[in-house]
Design a protein around this ligand. Structure first.
Ligand code: ATP
Ligand code: MG
Length: 334
């Protein structure tokens, strides 16, 4: 039997090139080797978007189109909408008894997000405990492996703790997942900030059209100390060259551009134009697939329905075992 992996995203906007190198590429690769579940975590998205449910709703469709357009294959990967699998919410409630409030609030990922989102004194309780609901996601589908970025490691550690606690209290029911750390570091933003991120407005989105991508690439930050093309430039840490390394398949061209940049023999415009071509080469087939799915809404709905059905099959079986182990399965009540 193939090992299972669980990944997913909160539907709260479109996916960008950071997501592409950080996780999507990996998922397309992993789906051949593993039984993959990809969770569209709308319940989790509501923990910090509860006042904007429209945004979450609209993002669900965007997200599934992003997935299908990068090549996540619904024949190989099960795409599951979280809110349609109530067993996950139910598992969350049971797991909440197995962690202390202070442990949840100590979670470094949550801590930094709370700061970043500026909740102040009014942290929604649902937000604070979302690592517990992630433990429910992971265990509901019996994931052996969870592919994540470095920043997510504390989340999986929390899940492992919950699993161990559950199993020691109620018997060996849950699988303890392993972390699979992706090998791509954080992609910088087009503005050179440490991270391409929706809220920083420095993203190239997978669904951007050609014109938009061109504008974004041509206005990217480069070496701030280089004022004219004849100045010697620095390649290291330079966003345009980081992108060349990430997206340009033509290694010879990258080498040539880097050499000439260091020598002051190439202008930013040429470097950016070549980067634009390289990114377009990646985005063109993605756009084509997106267009195909956009024009076939029924097919997308079928994919989602099938995913939800399979998701419910697996998750409700986990829930059944969990309740039985906890001695709260009342077969005598019909
Ligand atoms: P927001 O601004 O709303 O936080 P975001 O663009 O930072 O949005 P998230 O939804 O926070 O995106 O990202 C979810 C996951 O995607 C992260 O945990 C990380 O694994 C991956 N990711 C996001 N941005 C990048 C990036 N620039 N490079 C690599 N991976 C990324
Ligand atoms: Mg973020």
């Amino acid at each position: 039997m193939k090992k299972r992996i669980l990944t997913g995203d909160r539907p709260s906007g479109r996916l960008h090139l950071g997501h592409f190198v950080g996780s999507l590429q990996n998922r397309v690769k992993l789906q051949d080797e593993y039984e993959q579940f990809v969770l569209i975590a709308d319940v989790q998205a509501l923990t910090d978007n509860y006042d904007n449910p429209e945004k979450v709703r609209n993002s669900v469709k965007e997200l599934v189109l992003d997935y299908l357009s990068v090549g996540i294959d619904p024949q190989k990967t099960t795409i599951v909408v979280q809110s349609m699998v109530p067993a996950i919410a139910e598992l969350t409630v049971y797991y909440l008894n197995l962690v202390s409030l202070s442990r949840v609030l100590r979670n470094p990922t949550v801590k930094s997000e709370i700061e970043q989102k500026g909740f102040g004194e009014s942290i929604p309780a649902g937000f604070a405990i979302y690592p517990v609901s992630q433990a429910a996601d992971i265990t509901a589908f019996g994931a052996d492996l969870v592919p994540v970025g470095e920043d997510q490691i504390p989340m999986i550690e929390q899940t492992r703790e919950i699993v161990r606690k559950f199993n020691s209290l109620y018997g060996e029911v849950l699988k303890e997942p392993e972390v699979l750390v992706g090998n791509f570091p954080r992609l910088v933003g087009t503005d050179g900030k440490a991270k391409m991120s929706k809220s920083l407005g420095n993203c190239i989105y997978l669904s951007d059209d050609s014109e938009t991508v061109k504008k974004k690439v041509m206005s990217m930050f480069t070496d701030p100390n280089r004022l004219k093309p004849t100045d010697k430039g620095t390649v290291e840490g330079n966003p345009v060259f980081i992108y060349h390394d990430a997206f340009n398949e033509n290694l010879g061209e990258i080498e040539d551009l880097k050499n000439r940049y260091r020598e002051g023999q190439v202008g930013d415009v040429e470097v950016k134009q070549k980067l634009f071509v390289a990114i377009e080469k990646i985005l063109t087939p993605i756009r084509e697939r997106r267009k195909r799915y956009e024009s076939d809404e029924e097919e997308v709905n079928r994919i989602l329905s099938k995913g939800v059905m399979r998701g419910n099959e697996v998750a409700s079986e986990t829930l059944r075992k969990v309740k039985q182990a906890m001695k709260i399965s009342y077969e005598f009540i019909k």
